[in-house]
Design a protein around this ligand. Structure first.
Ligand code: NDP
Ligand code: 8X3
Length: 252
């Protein structure tokens, strides 16, 4: 039977790697993000390589109305979403909390918490009606621990952890699985977005081997390929050189 998956933030990093992984498993894909050109290129590549259906949804997940209407107006063949990967997210800035840029705070809260809620709210009723589905939330080690200057980003990922637990309880009667995947440092565009400077971003990943987006896609793969009676609640996945948020063994 045909299966549909929606991945938020598929234009880069973990979302993009997850799109390829799900395409290999023959899911038809809805890929979302703000960068239309990247979505178009990815959509073309996925269709050609994997002979799957791909739908591009180009919107900003912070926009409540647009998020709702995009999901309400899905074409018939994509209306039933079996797997939702809540991946879109970002860190913006790295500052002491008393010096934090409030625009950065708004951006992170609006994307990582409110955006995740908006799209989930639009998709969950269909899963409830069909009594099936799987929601995978991309959390972070930052959702389990708080580190220096990580303040608001960590708070948003702690919120993702809490929302995940809440979803698991509320979805329980409908047989809907809910998984949290919490990575440590992954070399994607994350640090470039956070720090706004390629040189500074590259430095974050120097002196040790960080995780790759593919490593995280494989964790998602494990979660979504379990048999019906098994739910993976939580995967915390770290580089071997990173013990926790504050201890990474780097060689100089
Ligand atoms: P990237 O910056 O490479 O990818 C982020 C993705 O999120 C992009 O596709 C981007 O698409 C999308 N996105 C961001 N803001 C919005 C928005 N307002 N509306 C729609 N899409 C948006 O980073 P990662 O792949 O690393 O990040 C993916 C997730 O993983 C995030 O939730 C992040 O917090 C989490 N994470 C990352 C870790 C890391 O070390 N890299 C570790 C732990 C968790 P576009 O810009 O086109 O809109
Ligand atoms: C991203 C991981 O530790 O760089 O969520 O904040 S970290």
């Amino acid at each position: 039977m045909e299966k549909n998956a929606l991945i938020t933030g598929a234009t880069s990093g973990i979302g993009k790697a997850t799109a390829f992984m799900l395409a290999e498993h023959k899911y038809n894909l809805i890929i979302t993000g703000r960068r239309l050109n990247r979505l178009r290129e990815l959509g073309k590549e996925l269709k050609e390589k994997f002979s799957i259906e791909v739908l591009i949804l180009n919107f900003d997940i912070r926009n409540r109305e647009e998020t709702r209407t995009q999901i309400e107006n899905l074409p018939e063949n994509f209306k039933n979403i079996d797997v939702l990967i809540n991946n879109a997210g970002l860190a913006s800035g790295l500052d002491f909390i008393h010096e934090g840029n409030i625009d950065d705070w708004e951006k992170m809260i609006d994307t990582n918490v409110k955006g995740l809620l908006y799209i989930s709210r639009a998709i969950m009723p269909g899963m409830v009606e069909r009594k099936s589905g799987h929601i995978v939330n991309i959390s972070s080690i930052a959702g389990k621990e708080t580190y220096l200057k990580g303040n608001v980003y960590c708070a948003t990922k702690h919120a993702v952890e809490s929302i995940t637990k809440a979803m698991r309880i509320d979805m329980l009667p409908y047989g809907i699985k809910v998984t949290s995947i919490a990575p440590g440092m992954v070399n994607t565009e994350f640090s470039l977005v956070r720090l706004g400077d390629k040189e500074k971003a590259d430095k974050v990943y120097e002196g040790f081997v960080p995780l790759t987006a593919q490593d995280i896609a494989e964790a998602v793969e494990f979660a979504v390929t379990r048999p019906p009676h098994v739910n993976i609640n939580d995967i915390l996945i770290m580089p071997a050189a990173q013990a926790n948020s504050s201890h990474t063994h780097k060689t100089e």
